[in-house]
Write a protein that binds this ligand. Structure first.
Ligand SMILES: *Cc1c(COP(=O)(O)O)cnc(C)c1O
Length: 392
């Protein structure tokens, strides 16, 4: 006989039954349309060509979709940001402003070029770049802003662009997490001088690896092309990678809509769980993308349970929730960056962001969506007991 205390109401991390014994859904989807293009690429031999038409097709398509002049596919989102910085002639001694809560590779890219990251705090309501803090960050050395839309939230692009224009600074807009999103009535990534996408293995559009940058600035495109063609293309996306992205672009709008509608539903479900708040949408005429759904974990309301332990307990239930990024000032030596203000909210973000991974957001089952809230509720009901578990 099984122990009745280990039933479905007991958290899996305490020996109970997991809410989703099969774990989170797989990514990528087993898309028949992707299989078709793989077959076609094999039949035509284009899978093994330098120039088989797929990369060109992808570039043209993104160019039309975003109404941008120049699209440059490359090996990853990280490489695209490096190329963007090079396209803006960022070099030793220059300063680039970015949010203290951001993707680590963005910080690293600035260092790679010998430039200095200047970190600004995030706003308390959405933990995205605080535009109020930008002014204090500018010096004669400032050469660019690098801003990222993260976890289903968004940077206030109208305010950022106004600031950038006043200070004559170019903007790199990292839309790796939300291709096809709309921010203040425009496609994400098209506010800035340069926009960035990633096709990494976990991303909404995936080729396993890959990325691209887009811009309307001919001077930037020319410098990037020059840099990326050192006798040969040195940072390319392959034909095979480009081929598998076509069908995913076909489905993007519809899948973005499904994810957005499920997030709306999930927001309602999570209202019943104190201390777990999804990032809110703060700009009108916007539909962010959901590579992750960011959540603020209000530690004080969880009876001593830490954010990391909560994530571990959710994973044990079969829900793909993880701690967010580490804030950049907390994982790098202070010699590597400059700050313009206190990073109080970035400190909180470092400790309190959770992210729900996107595949579950394509579900067509309301029951499956409810499993997320059921898991959180179960953990909440046993928070003190879970908090007392020894570290792994
Ligand atoms: C994934 C990601 C990147 C980098 O993309 P890769 O293709 O993995 O190099 C950059 N910025 C953000 C916000 C991302 O989420």
């Amino acid at each position: 006989m099984s122990d009745p205390s280990n039933g479905p109401t007991r958290p899996a991390i305490l020996g109970g039954e997991a809410v989703r014994p099969s774990g989170p859904p797989d990514w990528p989807l087993r898309d028949e349309a992707v299989l078709d293009v793989l077959k076609l690429a094999w039949e035509s031999g284009t899978w093994g060509h330098y120039h088989g038409g797929h990369v060109k097709q992808l570039s043209d398509r993104v160019s039309r979709m975003l109404a941008v002049e120049h699209v440059i596919p490359c090996a990853s989102g990280t490489v695209a940001i490096e190329l963007a910085l090079r396209g803006l002639k960022i070099g030793p001694g220059d300063e680039v402003i970015l949010s203290a809560y951001d993707f680590k590779g963005n910080f690293q890219n600035i260092l790679t070029l010998g430039a200095v990251p200047v970190l600004v705090d995030v706003g308390e309501r959405d933990w995205h770049l605080s535009t109020a803090d930008l002014k204090a960050a500018v010096t004669p050395q400032t050469k660019a802003l690098l801003v990222s839309h993260l976890h289903g939230g968004m940077v206030a692009m109208p305010a950022v662009m106004e600031f950038a224009r006043e200070n004559k600074l170019p903007v790199i807009e990292d839309a790796c997490q939300m291709p096809g999103a709309v921010i203040g009535g425009r496609q994400a990534g098209t506010w800035g001088d340069i926009g960035i996408w990633s096709f990494g293995g976990s991303k909404l559009l995936t080729a396993g690896r890959g990325g691209l940058l887009y811009t309307n600035r001919a001077d930037v495109a020319q410098r990037v092309h020059l840099y990326a063609h050192r006798g040969n293309e040195s940072y390319p996306l392959s034909e095979l990678q480009a081929a598998v992205l076509g069908p995913q672009l076909d489905a993007l709008e519809q899948r973005n809509a499904t994810r957005a509608s499920n997030v709306k539903e999930l927001r309602e479900l999570l209202l019943t769980i104190p201390g777990l708040h999804p990032f809110t949408e703060s700009l009108t005429d916007s539909q962010p993308g959901f590579y992750k759904l960011g959540l603020q974990f209000e530690t004080a309301l969880w009876g001593g349970l830490s954010r990391d332990r909560f994530a571990q307990a959710m994973r044990a239930e079969g829900i793909a929730i993880d701690p967010g990024f580490r804030s950049l000032h907390r994982i790098h030596s202070a010699r590597r960056f400059r700050t313009a203000s206190l990073l109080r909210e970035a400190d909180r973000a470092d400790e309190q962001v959770l992210t729900l991974h996107h595949p579950i957001l394509l579900t067509e089952s309301a029951a499956e969506l409810r499993e997320i809230a059921i898991s959180a509720r179960k953990i909440r009901d046993h928070a003190e007991e879970i908090a007392k578990l020894k570290a792994e």
